[in-house]
Design a protein around this ligand. Structure first.
Ligand SMILES: *[C@@H]1O[C@H](CO)[C@@H](O)[C@H](O)[C@H]1NC(C)=O
Ligand SMILES: *[C@@H]1O[C@H](CO)[C@@H](O)[C@H](O)[C@H]1NC(C)=O
Length: 334
């Protein structure tokens, strides 16, 4: 078990005034699905700050983000035996966007706070700029850390952590968010399933695509957007998942979580360990879905009282108003 370490990138050290975001005053909102509400401070439940403007990502930029990542993934040197072709994921992107709108600057949210309960843990790259940097430029900055990287070497996480996330072989899904926060632009990309653990070995080297000849497209294993959830492992040649046991808990072609009759079986879920483990270790929510409240809320077919759906997004004006009310009520309380 390893903790996920997530570095930040500082584009500007001096001469830039970072707007003092009211991040620590953000209230949890109930405008998020119940599976997120049960996780303390989940980013999906953050409210948009009043200073966040111009938020969101155009379809054009989504294409740039995905294709730039795939371009860099296809040219890794030495080549990769099985480098997954990335595709966009709306749920990952929704959480990244909520986090961008919270205007936290270059501070990462917690691994648990950005994870997707019942699907997978999620990695993250951040960037912040005082000028209008386009997405291709942001991803290039992350990729350019390649100059300090040696595959299998003894790399410095703070120097190469963004690069290793960009080329993490099994992170097959990406979703990003963007907001202008006062005078700062905030870029958030989240990656699932999360990885970036052994940063010296983001992928296995060998002849390109040699472990996925059947799905190979331009040096990438193209499984048409399919991902394995809940710790399932992908056979990138067959594009098929091998789910973790027990077979009644992780079911179907993508290893969806079945909470019916679920009991935590692993020794790490016992009373000798505490639910705090759910926050610290990415495998614990998978292995102990009941202790970590992933079950029943993220199980297949779970019906929340409100249907468990994301409510229709309120318009910007309304959410600004809501944030102001929250801030005023804080003033009254403190
Ligand atoms: C949630 O956020 C609040 C306010 O930032 C903090 O005091 C609290 O410790 C957080 N709880 C968890 C479980 O992260
Ligand atoms: C979910 O688990 C229950 C109890 O173990 C089992 O009866 C049921 O068949 C499972 N559902 C699926 C879709 O596998």
């Amino acid at each position: 078990m390893k903790e996920i370490l997530t570095p930040v990138i500082f584009l500007t050290y001096t001469g830039v005034l970072f707007f003092p975001c009211s991040g620590h005053r953000i209230e949890r909102s109930t405008s998020c699905a119940q599976k997120y509400q049960v996780i303390p401070n989940h980013s999906a439940c953050l409210q948009k700050t009043a200073i966040a403007t111009d938020s969101g990502i155009s379809d054009e930029d989504k294409n740039v983000i995905v294709s730039k990542h795939n371009e860099y993934r296809s040219v890794v040197n030495p080549p990769a035996v099985a480098m997954a072709k990335m595709s966009w994921d709306d749920e990952i992107a929704m959480i990244a966007q909520k986090y961008a709108d919270a205007c936290k600057g270059l501070v990462h949210d917690g691994g648990r706070q950005r994870s997707i309960p019942g699907r997978f843990s999620v990695g993250q790259n951040l960037a912040s700029a005082s000028y209008d940097l386009d997405w291709a430029g942001v991803i290039k900055l992350w990729y350019d850390e390649v100059k300090d990287f040696t595959l299998g070497g003894n790399n410095d996480l703070m120097k190469v952590g963004h690069y290793t996330q960009v080329v993490w072989a099994t992170s097959i899904k990406i979703g990003c968010g963007f907001a202008v926060c006062g005078s700062t632009r905030s870029y958030v990309c989240n990656y699932g399933p999360g990885g970036n653990l052994d940063i010296n070995n983001p992928y296995e080297s060998g002849s390109a695509c040699s472990k996925c000849p059947n799905s190979c497209d331009n040096n990438l294993c193209d499984c048409q957007g399919k991902a394995c959830e809940n710790g399932g492992t992908m056979d990138f040649n067959a594009c098929a998942c091998t789910c973790k046991p027990p077979t009644t808990t992780y079911v179907g072609p993508s290893c969806q979580l079945n909470c019916t009759g679920q009991k935590d079986r692993s020794y790490i879920c016992g009373p000798q360990f505490t639910p705090a483990m759910c926050d610290r270790f990415t495998n614990v929510p998978q292995d102990c879905p009941t202790m970590c409240k992933v079950c029943p809320y993220a199980g297949i077919g779970f019906a929340a009282p409100d249907g468990g759906q994301e409510p229709v997004k309120s318009n910007t004006r309304l959410s600004i108003l809501t944030t102001m009310i929250v801030l005023i009520s804080f003033r009254l309380i403190f």
